[in-house]
Design a protein around this ligand. Structure first.
Ligand code: ZN
Length: 180
């Protein structure tokens, strides 16, 4: 297992669209395991492969407080959705920034698990928000894209400052629980 490097906004590699996984083989399972390790180490609740500069449609999630409900979604598709809900989001690729985004309240998602089996899952609350947030990453989209252009400019400035501070080798603060 290995920890992966997480890209930070505005890195253009976060804008690449991920390709579907053709077969869940040993290499894909290794990526899944590395993503879980990276996500838990960063105290995130979700990670898309795109964030680790791997442009395949793979997501890892664990929204349980104890971090004991790992969920792997390969080639995820939302097949049903209803309602809308506003939720404060964060992102491991946009450190130390949180803002409200409106998304579908309830979804049904179809995906492939780490063993290569297709499954469907109903989700609401934080899990539904997290799945939609991570699926956006696979399209090259970030949660800050939903904000006003003024706020987006502010986020960019904040990220430039963050990168400068952290490039000096300062210890990274652990990401907050809502980050994905
Ligand atoms: Zn994110």
């Amino acid at each position: 297992m290995a920890r992966l490097n997480i890209l930070h906004h505005p890195d253009p590699r976060l804008r690449k669209k991920a390709a579907p996984v053709e077969a869940v083989d040993a290499q894909i399972r290794q990526i899944v395991d590395d993503m879980f390790e990276t996500m838990y180490a960063a105290q995130g609740i979700g990670l898309a492969a795109t964030q680790a500069n791997i442009h395949q449609r793979i997501i890892t999630i664990d929204v349980a407080e104890k971090g004991n409900e790992p969920l792997c979604l390969i080639n995820p598709e939302i097949i049903q959705q209803e309602g809308s809900v506003e939720h404060e989001e964060g992102c491991l690729s946009v450190p130390d920034y949180y803002d409200k985004v409106t998304r579908a309240e309830r979804i049904r998602v179809r995906a492939i698990d780490r063993d290569g089996n297709t499954y469907e899952k109903d989700a609401d609350g934080l899990l539904a928000v997290c799945i939609q947030h991570e699926m956006d990453h696979l399209e090259g989209k970030l949660f800050v894209d939903y904000l006003s252009s003024l706020k987006q400019q502010r986020v960019r400035k904040k990220m430039e400052k963050w990168e400068k501070e952290h490039a000096k080798g300062a210890a990274r603060k652990p990401a907050q629980a809502a980050a994905g």
